[in-house]
Design a protein around this ligand. Sequence first.
Ligand code: SAH
Ligand code: SF4
Ligand code: F3S
Length: 455
Amino acid sequence: MSDYINKIKEIFSQRETPPLCFLHSFGCQQNVSDGEKILGSLVKMGYGVTEDMSAADLIIYNTCAVRENAELKVYSLIGNLKKLKENNPNLIIGICGCMAQEEKTVENIKKSYRHVDLIFGTFAVRELPRLLYEVLSEKKKAVDINEYSGEIPENVSAYRTDRIKASVPIMYGCNNFCSYCIVPYVRGRERSRKPVAVLNEVRELADAGYKEIMLLGQNVNSYGKNLENPVSFAELLREINKIDGDFKIRFMSSHPKDATTELIDAIAECDKVCKHMHLPLQSGSDRILEAMNRKYTTEKYLKIVDYARSIMPDFSFSTDIIVGFPNETYEDFQQTLDIVKRVRFDNIFSFIYSKRTGTKAAEIEDRTSDEDKSRWMRELLEVQRDITDSGFKRFVGRTLTVLFDSESKTEGYCSGKSDEFIIVEAKSDTSVIGQWKQVKITKAFNWALQGEIVD
Ligand code: SAH
Ligand code: SF4
Ligand code: F3S
């Protein structure tokens, strides 16, 4: 690949100023992290990075396929680029990420969005120099949605704009095939990075002064199972916790089927690991969980929650919920509400089921109406609003550890996230941004906490 990088550099050497690239990532943090890798690779080729799309010589949309509306949005944005291309025929337009990995997207784009020059899937990030060289030198379209196998490439560093928080992928792909989900089809089989690669990257970030490291994977709880020398996620956490530095560790996402008491013990014992877990429940009905192929019961889910809270009473859980899985009934949905009330999540991300062609659930004839699904969604949001309202009150009078990352909308205040992943704001000048501080909570809103910095 370095051959192609040099060839591209040579093309650019005739320019007076370096070419600029613009990239936007949709979807989950894993995709955002891939976007940082892609930018890292483009910088190596000689590109500068711009946030101004109209100034760019290369525009890339890094797409998400998880729900239909995510896809529709991307199509409309790609449509908008046609004008830019007409005004600037040298502009290169690229589509990558999860949508691009799907054959049907490639066909659609070739047919109806002819101004797109470059399409590459989630595996082909490593092939970007070759693909871009083809577009630059031969002025032809380049498409690569092959599923490359073999070692995870470790030679490109991420281009990071955030100086406070960084994410580190620890694994790629997914083996779970939840019946509604497109991710395993567009990201391939699960593969873990070697512990040494993860540890080195975290060490570099800690040395560079990063205050929060987010470990990423579709199911971090099954990290390391397929390595030549298997390691558990709990073991990895303990190793990362030993790295020197003033930083904290978060991770996303955990699958309840692989959440163990060993993991909870590791979280409790590691001082750098935040006392929060994003543990997607999806549904509170065992019948629906089975139809979703989630491979756990509500009983198993609650056991983990109860165990965590038995040793860390304030442990914070957030979750994902799908409302309106095919043929879900109101009784099923009420069971979801029951668990939501029982667990008292600090945050819920809820989605109305979206049919994804190619998945098992897409084959089910769905008799639940869209009106019912929307009504249930509103009911869930209302229930959760009350829970966050009263749940956040438990922190009033207590002192939380908060990483400040920005100025707040409230004048004279800065805001950040607590160890529990709750937004906290406090009166302060901007010198606290980028630091972990102790904040005594004085007020609870249903979206955030307010307090005074005590240390
Ligand atoms: N790997 C992560 C989730 C990745 S997708 C995990 O298992 O936790 C993020 C969330 O999108 C999922 O948790 C699920 O709630 C939601 N989601 C996935 N497919 C969906 C679909 N077809 N319709 C609606 N929501 C979906
Ligand atoms: Fe999708 Fe399930 Fe894999 Fe998460 S664990 S990415 S929901 S298949
Ligand atoms: Fe979307 Fe792909 Fe992530 S489908 S949620 S960007 S893994």
